[in-house]
Design a protein around this ligand. Structure first.
Ligand SMILES: *[C@@H]1O[C@H](CO)[C@@H](O)[C@H](O)[C@H]1NC(C)=O
Ligand SMILES: *[C@@H]1O[C@H](CO)[C@@H](O)[C@H](O)[C@H]1NC(C)=O
Ligand SMILES: *[C@@H]1O[C@H](CO)[C@@H](O)[C@H](O)[C@H]1NC(C)=O
Ligand SMILES: *[C@@H]1O[C@H](CO)[C@@H](O)[C@H](O)[C@H]1NC(C)=O
Ligand SMILES: *[C@@H]1O[C@H](CO)[C@@H](O)[C@H](O)[C@H]1NC(C)=O
Length: 394
């Protein structure tokens, strides 16, 4: 599955900041229109997202934390203002926090195997504020509804509360767990059916057979997760016919003959098969070469990863987003190359991991990937967003 690029990669991003102002000026009128009001629902047409009959460029950042760290509404405003200033149209964020003891902002409380959705000011009312702040800055949200990892609860809480085991993959196979997740999804999604500020729902952040503990039943397969994806995405569409549904996965291919970890299918994800599920509206991929052991030439490895997902996008004729990507060193050189590959490969859109702001309560979380507004990469984000919009308008 790993293909070498035929056309040599040539950077298109020099000079960076000087060129950005030209691109931004060229698209100022359209940006002003798109940021003035968030109305209507984004749909797909072939490999594009569309809104009111025109191509809608999905570009922006991740901010998992905006609804989970006790921010005031003015801090939420600052967050989205900082993200929108680089020309972003979309932000991906967490629509989950499963707790067993109430603490901070959370959306679902578990007591002895019983889940209670938090509709109050630290729960869905808080998420209402996130949506309102995003819309005020022309941003639509991609909302992920659970986590493969044990941050903010996630799949393992359902499994341990309901099955008494720690087999992570029971999340995809145990009927009681599946029903409980549907109940949560129904509560969350139903609240926002008529909300244009939602761009898409996502089934899970980085679903895999194994979670944070690595413990599985030994019975997990890629077809199992594909059928779970089919069932859950059809379920969301049955509740909410306005919004798109994606997966939120890392975009791993499933080719056992590959010697390259993200291509060989070891995590139970088959990107190609999952993209073909009729109730999945767009594909998702992440890109972390250093975490995946791709240390020899992480820049070029990432360029190929982008190109291979663009190839799958074209084959399936559905949009694909590089919806998380990050590197902790050599950021400018790396992101120039990756952004350039996104534009030239035809990949539909991208969201960097992750946005950062300096707020009244202090800096937002920094995991080494965070881009604050005074970072050089922030200017690059603006330039790259302009390039993607220009490509899509051409
Ligand atoms: C949960 O179960 C424990 C042990 O059986 C019990 O002591 C506790 O009261 C229960 N809590 C609730 C809220 O039912
Ligand atoms: C794995 O699948 C087999 C065959 O269906 C079943 O007998 C076994 O109980 C499963 N293992 C676990 C831990 O669920
Ligand atoms: C992954 O899915 C594709 C498309 O359905 C299929 O051709 C391929 O064989 C699958 N991989 C494996 C290992 O089954
Ligand atoms: C940083 O990127 C440049 C440009 O591709 C490359 O030549 C250089 O080796 C990279 N440096 C490190 C430390 O990875
Ligand atoms: C960005 O601003 C913060 C807060 O004012 C400051 O601590 C940091 O050193 C600045 N970084 C750069 C690269 O200027």
């Amino acid at each position: 599955m790993r293909l070498r690029s035929v056309i040599p990669f040539v950077t298109a991003f020099a000079p960076l900041v000087g060129a950005a102002s030209i691109v931004e000026r060229k698209h100022a009128a359209r940006d002003a229109t798109s940021t003035s009001a968030v109305t209507g629902y984004v749909k797909t047409s072939g490999q594009n997202f569309v809104l009111d009959g025109e191509t809608f460029t999905v570009v922006g950042a991740n901010s998992y934390w905006v609804g989970l760290t006790g921010l005031t509404t003015s801090e939420m405003d600052q967050t989205f203002s900082d993200i929108a200033a680089v020309g972003a149209t979309a932000v991906r964020t967490w629509g989950f926090n499963d707790v067993t003891t109430p603490s901070g902002d959370y959306y679902q409380l578990w007591t002895n195997g019983t889940a209670t959705v938090n509709y109050g000011p630290t729960g869905l009312e808080n998420f209402d504020n996130v949506v309102a702040a995003a819309k005020a800055y022309g941003i639509r949200l991609i909302v992920t509804l659970t986590n493969n990892w044990d941050n903010y609860g996630g799949m393992d809480v359902y499994v341990s509360e309901l099955t008494g085991t720690d087999y992570h993959d029971y999340f995809y196979s145990d009927p009681v767990v599946i029903a409980a997740y549907k109940t949560y999804v129904n509560a969350f999604v139903s609240r926002y059916i008529d909300e244009p500020g939602i761009l898409a729902w996502e089934l899970a952040n980085e679903p895999r057979c194994a979670g944070s503990t690595g413990v599985t039943s030994g019975n997990c397969t890629a077809p199992l997760i594909t059928s779970w994806i089919a069932e859950m995405s059809a379920y969301i569409h049955s509740i909410d016919s306005n919004h798109l549904v994606g997966i939120g996965d890392e975009g791993f291919f499933d080719d056992p003959s590959s010697t390259d970890y993200p291509y060989q299918g070891g995590e139970g994800i088959n990107f190609t098969a999952n993209l073909a599920v009729p109730t999945i509206d767009f594909g998702t991929a992440h890109l972390y070469p250093l975490s995946w052991g791709e240390t020899e030439d992480p820049i070029e490895w990432g360029v190929e990863w982008i190109e291979n997902h663009a190839t799958a996008q074209k084959a399936q004729n559905k949009p694909v987003l590089l919806e998380e990507f990050g590197i902790t060193s050599n950021k400018t050189e790396t992101y120039e190359a990756w952004y350039s590959a996104i534009v030239s490969s035809g990949l539909t859109g991208d969201l960097i991991w992750q946005a950062g702001s300096y707020l009244a309560s202090g800096p937002t979380p920094n995991d080494g990937y965070t881009v604050y507004p005074n970072d050089t990469v922030y200017g690059l984000e603006a330039y790259a967003a302009g390039q993607l919009k220009a490509r899509n308008a051409a």
